[in-house]
Ligand binder design. Structure first.
Ligand code: F6R
Length: 265
């Protein structure tokens, strides 16, 4: 795992975007992005928009696959991830909406919809760069604690803590759906690169478990320890529970030239 500790939330976004842009340039304009919703990636997407506007990143033929979608919201609900991805990713990055996919949480047959989503990812050649956040309970996607480490896209029941965390997007906590469709941990592990962003003290325990804890379904993000190309970009508060903080900082400031990003932290 590559762990990059940044002084501010803004720097987290700049570093995550620089890392993604470097990878995307190597892949070319047909890059397949995996996109998370929630607060963590918002500033990173804004940084990517700047890079596209400056002509430093070509996403003209890019595709995108969202991680998850609520089940039980009416189609067109502003907090459905179809709408959130459209507002925060598709439009600002100028992606072709026909190439942006979100799990179909509105389907009558959700298990068939999960299989179709897996097939669509496969047909696109797989996800090249997967952006992730992490829940305060350690979930990635909506793979709540005790999710199978080899799970695929399917329906899940949201944990009470996740519904409480996401109540800020709804009029009341009761309005947060109880179910979701989410890529599985096995699906996420298939992405060629993952870039996870986390900021703030509320993420410190989950970040420590993800990076330094045992691999366990109780902290689903810890499955990323099995990924060959996982980059974790966090601020000081989110890093505060890590034992090897100084080692990660030393590693980043002494990267060999060919691995060095243009941004220092
Ligand atoms: C969102 C997702 C979740 C969030 C996580 C953190 O598509 O899959 O795993 O990344 O709940 O949410 P924020 O970033 O809002 O703290």
């Amino acid at each position: 795992m590559e762990v990059i500790i940044c002084p501010t939330e803004e720097r987290v976004a700049e570093v995550a975007a620089a890392k993604a842009a470097r990878l995307a340039r190597g892949i070319g304009p047909t890059v397949v992005l995996g996109v998370a919703t929630g607060s963590s990636p918002v500033k990173t997407y804004q940084e990517l928009v700047k890079l596209v506007a400056a002509g430093e990143l070509d996403l003209s033929e890019a595709s995108a696959f969202a991680l998850d979608e609520y089940v039980g919201l009416p189609q067109g609900h502003p907090e459905s991830y179809h709408e959130v991805i459209h507002r925060t990713v598709t439009v600002p990055l100028g992606l072709d909406p026909a190439r942006v996919h979100v799990p179909n949480g509105f389907a009558e047959d959700l298990s068939a919809a999960g299989e179709e989503y897996e097939a669509a990812i496969k047909a696109a050649g797989g996800v090249d760069i997967q952006f992730l956040g992490v829940g305060s309970n350690g979930h990635i996607g909506f793979n709540e604690p005790t999710s199978s480490l080899s799970s695929r896209t399917r329906i899940k029941t949201l944990a009470a803590s996740t519904r409480a965390d996401n109540a800020r997007f709804f009029d009341s906590a009761d309005d947060v759906p109880r179910h979701c469709m989410t890529q599985g941990l096995g699906t996420i592990l298939d992405a060629r690169h993952v870039i996870l962003m986390a900021t703030g003290q509320a993420k410190a325990e989950a970040v420590a478990a993800l990076i330094e804890g045992p691999v366990t379904a109780m902290w689903p993000g810890s499955v990323l320890q099995l990924h060959r190309h996982a980059t974790i970009v966090i601020d000081e508060a989110a890093a505060s529970g890590l034992r090897l903080r100084e080692y990660y900082k030393e590693t980043y400031s002494h990267l060999p030239d060919w691995q060095r990003l243009e941004i220092q932290v």
